[in-house]
Design a protein around this ligand. Sequence first.
Ligand code: THG
Length: 393
Amino acid sequence: MNTNPQPFLAISNRLRATPFYERVREQGVKAFTVYNHMLLATEFDTLESDYWHLCEHVQVWDVGAERQVDIKGADAHKLVQWMTPRDIGNVSAGRCVYVPLADENGKLINDPVALKHDDNHWWLSVADSDVLLWAKGLAAAARLNVVVHEPAVWPLAVQGPKSEDLMAKVFGEEVRDIRFFRFQPMVFNGHAFNVARSGWSKQGGYEIYVDDAKLGVELYDALFAAGKVMQVRAGCPNLIERMESSLLSFGNDMTLDHTVIESGLDSFFDLQADVESLSIDALRREQARGPDRKLVGLAIASASDSIQVATDPLSGYMLDHTGQAIGRLGTQVWSPKYQHHLVTVMLERPFFNGHKESVQEESAQIAVQLLDGSSAQARILPLPFDFKAAGIV
Ligand code: THG
């Protein structure tokens, strides 16, 4: 086996820093990933202690890698609707909306949160793929009256059960009135930042769209000063928490190769709505015939917190106990809360009958291969995980 020390990431200017990079380093970041050509922290103390802290206290996350694709002009609404099969006709200004973006075959491009400033001005707060280029290409080819660019904006997330109290100390009591997936300007040191009730955890929280680097660092420091009594810590999207909360990660759980329906993202909207969208016809055809694969959850009961499912190293597909590939592995992690190993997998059609109902059957089980050569029974569960319905809690 490999006895070399863990290789490290050579950081150059192509991996753009955020205004908070020095702070995050000082605060002891242990690992980064690359996201939208930027550094995104993945761990501070240990995955599990970061997780418990997030569930109990409050964390400030530098999620500046969640880039904004700014779309402005008379055709802005038209372009955003063209990119997503979700009907955005009724979205009002000041609202956030989760919008899968898909191509003419219904395959995913990205799964951003869209923020509507007004009819002629939208932000797509994107996951890890080059939506900027896709949007510019569509706009240029269709000769749309829009300007598409990536503004100097770095989201800062404040997440955890004490996030509301911390935000109220820094921005005033008014932040308590911001409802889920709404945003509004909130003033700090004389500058209005857009603040949304959102974030990539289910522990509650906000996202501040920092559009001034210098003031952003002052805000960062103010959050840590005010949060001291609440045991605030620097944090980041946490693998354990986001799996327990069934928050999907584009590139991990689903990719450019998978459709909106295969990824289960059609559950967020109605495919029958009348929309001018690039992917809608392909998606309706796929819905009628049933998808070829389906993203599902697996739960493996285990006494050990260190089991790992095996994959074929070339395809990345999980294997059943006979060595047969069952579907592409998404994510796997041990859940300390549910005492199960949680997995996402893009299960191929032979292993489900193409309809949602079949994977909801209580009895659906599959024997999967583990890294140590043994096998384990995995329960197939629909996403989002419902641990109560599954009898796990
Ligand atoms: N916040 C912002 N930008 C982002 C993310 C974010 N860009 C990248 C990535 N995360 C985009 N992906 C998601 C996935 C899920 C959610 C948000 C962004 C999410 N989902 C909720 C859920 O699944 O219950 C709510 C969805 C809804 O009600 O519509 O929040 O986190 N700025």
